[in-house]
Design a protein around this ligand. Structure first.
Ligand SMILES: [Zn+2]
Length: 305
């Protein structure tokens, strides 16, 4: 166990959490126990206050930026969040993993040296997975804590933009995972997370006059409108447009059926697993435990730490 289990133990003692399963596994020479916990609902004081159906405001658009991992902005044009770069271990992960796997192939088959090189490579992979998961949860947490309504760029559209500054480890599967984490965290907090449709031209549209211009080459960092002359950071402009889309289409997005891929969390994180055991106290909050993993090295699909 790596993380402090005090909170979990307190919740179990007071009957606000119940251990359902424990899985023991060994990965890259490290033993871990993953505990699946049924926990109480988040305390209302830590949830976003409910909004009436007629209220269409408060949306924050989250764009997978070209020069940043994410850029978030609201309908007034204010940038509310910008996560510039992945942590250093992630950025340097790929060259390091390539080097380590070269080491493996250079060693003689069946040799002790090779076994050691294989173990080193395995540990490096595990470390990258842990750093990555931790980072994505941190980013998601930051967004869902302060904003109850998030609209994300479509996964497919986001995938079209390759951000070369970020390690592939984070930029490829990163956005989909981030969207999934945001989705269930937001449900847990009583907020909303939706994704804009694929066809919505968030990058090409002017956030000032709503004119849709030609596609922007990847080299263009500043959006400039031919119609009204408005200029803005490319990513901020797109994030504003996402927020505006959500505000306009708010009525349709109330139906969970049309919420899009953001809410399609994996089964472990899905609403069916939502804890129903009373309520947490305000100091239980902070991390979302539909499943609480208290270990290092849980499989990517399995635990949520
Ligand atoms: Zn314009």
């Amino acid at each position: 166990m790596r993380e402090d289990t005090r909170r979990l133990r307190r919740m179990i003692r007071t009957g606000r959490a119940r251990i359902r399963y424990a899985t023991v596994s060994c990965r890259a020479g490290r033993w871990t126990i993953t505990v699946t916990v049924e926990a109480a609902d988040l305390h209302p004081a830590r949830q976003h206050p409910p909004r009436p159906d007629t209220d269409s405001s408060g949306w924050v658009g989250v764009d997978r930026g070209l020069t940043a991992l994410i850029v978030a902005a609201d309908t007034t044009g204010r940038q509310v969040e910008r996560v510039g770069d992945a942590p250093r271990p992630l950025r340097t992960a790929l060259p390091r993993l390539r080097r380590l796997s070269r080491h493996v192939s250079r060693k003689q088959r069946g040799s002790r040296n090779r076994a050691e090189a294989v173990a080193r490579l395995g540990r490096a992979h595990l470390r990258v997975a842990n750093v990555r998961r931790h980072f994505l949860h941190e980013v998601a947490n930051r967004l869902v804590k302060t904003h109850d309504r998030l609209v994300l760029e479509d996964l497919y559209t986001a995938g079209m933009l390759r951000n070369r500054r970020l390690a592939a480890a984070i930029s490829d599967a990163g956005w989909a995972d981030l969207a999934r984490i945001i989705g269930y965290q937001q449900r847990w907090r009583g907020g909303q997370a939706i994704s804009a449709p694929r066809w919505y031209p968030s990058t090409r549209m002017c956030s000032a006059c709503r004119t849709v211009g030609p596609a922007l080459p990847l080299s263009v960092r500043i959006f400039a409108c031919d119609e009204c002359g408005h200029t803005a950071d490319r990513d901020v402009n797109a994030a504003i447009n996402l927020a505006v889309w959500a505000e306009h289409h708010h009525a349709q997005t109330r139906d969970p059926e049309v919420r899009g891929p953001v809410t399609n969390a994996s089964r472990e994180d899905g609403p069916g697993q939502r804890p129903r055991a009373g309520e947490t106290s305000p100091d239980d909050g902070g991390t979302p435990p539909p499943r609480t993993s208290v270990t290092a090295g849980t499989p990517e699909k399995g635990g949520v730490s």
